[in-house]
Design a protein around this ligand. Sequence first.
Ligand code: SF4
Ligand code: SF4
Length: 337
Amino acid sequence: MTFDIEADWTLNLLCNYDCDYCFCRASTEHRLVGRISPEQYLEFFNSTGKIWLLHLTGGEPFFHPDFVRLCRTLTSRHFISVNSNLSSHRVRDFAAEIDRSRVQYVHCGVHVEERDRRKGWRNLLPNVTSLLERGFPVFASLVMTPSAFAQFPRVAEPFTALGVALIPKAIRGSYEGRWYPQAYTEAERTQFRRFSEQAEIIARNGTWRPDQLRATVNPLLDRHYLDGVPDFTGIPCSAGRMSVSIGYDGKIFRCGQKTVLGNIFERRLDLFPEDRPCDDEYCPYWCLRYSRFEKETQGSFPRRGAPGAVKQALVSIRGMRREIGNRIAAFSQPGRP
Ligand code: SF4
Ligand code: SF4
C-alpha cells in the first residue's frame, strides 16, 4: 500500500451511540456533511496530484449519507482506513462492494455500555464476520473505563474466537471528574499492559498484523504511555507535509485546530514544503507517527502531565461549547435524519 499523504478525516458527527468519554458526536448530522457528491470529493483529492490514505472517522462514519458509495468512489484511486462501532447494517454492503486491497484496516470500537443500552451486540459479530470473510484486516478496541477492566476478558472472547484482537485503549482526558491516563491505579496499569500484550499476540496471527500492516491509529501503543504522552512541543514533525486532519466542515488543518492549510469545499490546499517544529496538540497516535520522536529515547522527553485544575476546567468548558455548537449547527439543518 503506497501513498503520499495521510488524512485523519472526521467525516461526520452523527452517531447512534452516546459514550460518556466521547468528544466528537452529535445526535443530528452537521449541515455541511455530505454537501458535495462522492465524485466531487474524489475530484478534490485527485486535484492534489497525491495518493491519499484517508482515515475515515466520525461520529459514526457509516451514518454519513451514502458512505459506501463514498468509499467505493474514493478507493478507485486512493486508500482508506475506517474507525467505526460497526453497528450499521451498511457494514455488510461495505464488505461486499469495497475492494479489500484499498482498505488498510477496519478498527471496531466496542463501547460496551452503549452497546448494551442500544442492543448493539446482535449486529456486531455478523458484521465483523462479513468483513473477515472478504479478507479485510480488522481489529477491535475497548476504551478502558474503570468498569471495563472486569468486563474485558468476557468482551474479548468472541473476538478472539474470530482471530480478531481486542485491544485496550486508554482514556485521554477528563472522565468522571478524573484526568486519564494519570488516574489509572497501579493495579489497572498492570492489567492494562497484560491485556495489551495478549492482544498483540492474537493480532500477530490475525487479519491485521501490526508488524506488517502499519496503522497510525494503533491502540497497542497505549500501554507504553500510561504515565501520559510525551510533550512534542518543538520536535520537528512532518504533519502539514505528510499528514493533515480534515474536519466535517471541510477545513483542512496541519493536525490540531491551530493551523488551517485549506478547505475541501473551496478546493484549496497549501501543504508545508518541509517539516516544522511541533506547535500544537493533537491525537498522540498521529504525533507518534509523524513527529521525529523515537520511542526508544522517550525517557529523555518530558511527559505531558495532567493539567492543573484551571486548564482541566477550561478543557471541559471547551468540550461543552463544542457539543452545544454541534447541536446548534445540527438543528439549523431541518430535514436531516
Ligand atoms: S461510538 Fe464513537 S463516535 Fe459514537 S459516541 Fe461512542 S466514541 Fe463517540
Ligand atoms: S507532534 Fe502532533 S501536535 Fe505536534 S505538529 Fe506533529 S501531529 Fe501536530
